[in-house]
Design a protein around this ligand. Sequence first.
Ligand SMILES: *[C@@H]1O[C@H](CO)[C@@H](O)[C@H](O)[C@H]1NC(C)=O
Length: 149
Amino acid sequence: MLRSVAILLALLIGGVVCDPVTKFVDCGSKAGKIDSLDVTPCPKIPCELPRGSNAQIKITFTPSENSTSVKAVVHGIVAKIPVPFPLPDTNACDSMAPACPLKAGTQAVYTSTLQVKSSYPAVGVVVKWELADAKEVDFVCLEVPARLV
Ligand SMILES: *[C@@H]1O[C@H](CO)[C@@H](O)[C@H](O)[C@H]1NC(C)=O
């Protein structure tokens, strides 16, 4: 009895603390393969992102080329129109583990924070996140539907 309560508690707490792996659309990753995406908070799709707070994004991918430089480019697509989203740091190598250079075939994890300002309108938005090499070829191109709330 005590044991099943403990398991139930663990499941409940686990469900609150760690969001499941986030579903996404690959929008043309050419120089790599996306292994998984985690957006927090995002208990379900579309991700509901509270305005005036930060969302965390974690992209696990395997590059198919070596690269010393990785650039992050983010767009918010509202009503099919992509709007550039300013990142405080576009050098994705500052947020990469293991550290750059990327090695072909070696999995890498990129983590970043998305500042959802309270001044943003409460709209549905597709977040398009790209990680590109020096020639603007994408290691990662993903789109995840979100809703600013
Ligand atoms: C990446 O670098 C390694 C070690 O320098 C090399 O063996 C490999 O062929 C390179 N891979 C590609 C895809 O350029």
